[in-house]
Write a protein that binds this ligand. Structure first.
Ligand code: ZN
Length: 187
């Protein structure tokens, strides 16, 4: 277990009592446990959802980030899944928020795990329905990219790079499938 998965909670968010770190009965991993109200405070990876918005199956809509991390770098629309929404709803919402873009999801494009920071990306391939897009609050600029226009050193995240590379691999192979990827840093 590395630093990012260490548990730091000190007080129970339900009763305010102290929490202790121990392995609950029947479990195999240490958890933060409140003995006052008998609650186990599980902490699990977060899901990030997004779309790969395609115009005529040729060009990809990307956003230049207006916020940290990776301010000024390019991403596809994506963000944290909210409670109460499906992954598809979250992906469409993020696409609306970041690019004011109208999309129709076609299929699950990529699943990408980043275990050292406890993140899982789900990216949906989506059809851009019109060209009425513009920069949302979290974007400096939004534009369509041709394949040879992409500057790979300006891509914000490894998950986005993976989604784009997978898309072009599909194009070259004349296929559409779901891709599985991961990022494991070398220490
Ligand atoms: Zn408690």
């Amino acid at each position: 277990m590395n630093d990012s998965t260490r548990l730091t909670m000190r007080y129970c968010c339900y009763c305010g009592g102290p929490v202790v770190e121990r392995i609950p009965a029947g479990d195999s991993l240490p958890r933060m446990v409140c003995d006052a109200c008998d609650i186990v405070h599980y902490r699990n990876p977060r899901v990030i959802v997004g779309t790969l918005p395609l115009w005529k199956d040729q060009r990809v809509l990307m956003c230049k980030r207006a916020i940290e991390p990776r301010l000024g770098f390019w991403t596809i629309p994506c963000g944290f899944l909210e409670n109460g929404e499906t992954t598809e709803e979250g992906a469409i919402r993020e696409t609306q928020e970041e690019a004011h873009a109208n999309v129709r999801i076609t299929n699950l494009h990529s699943v990408y795990s980043i275990p050292h920071i406890n993140q899982v990306y789900l990216v949906y391939r989506a059809e851009l329905l019109d060209l009425n897009f513009s920069a949302g609050e979290e974007s400096l600029e939004v534009r369509l990219y041709e394949r040879d226009e992409i500057n790979w050193s300006e891509i914000a995240f490894s998950s986005v790079r993976f989604a784009l590379e997978s898309y072009y691999a599909d194009l070259d192979a004349r296929t559409i499938r779901t891709h599985n990827g991961k990022f494991i840093p070398e220490y």
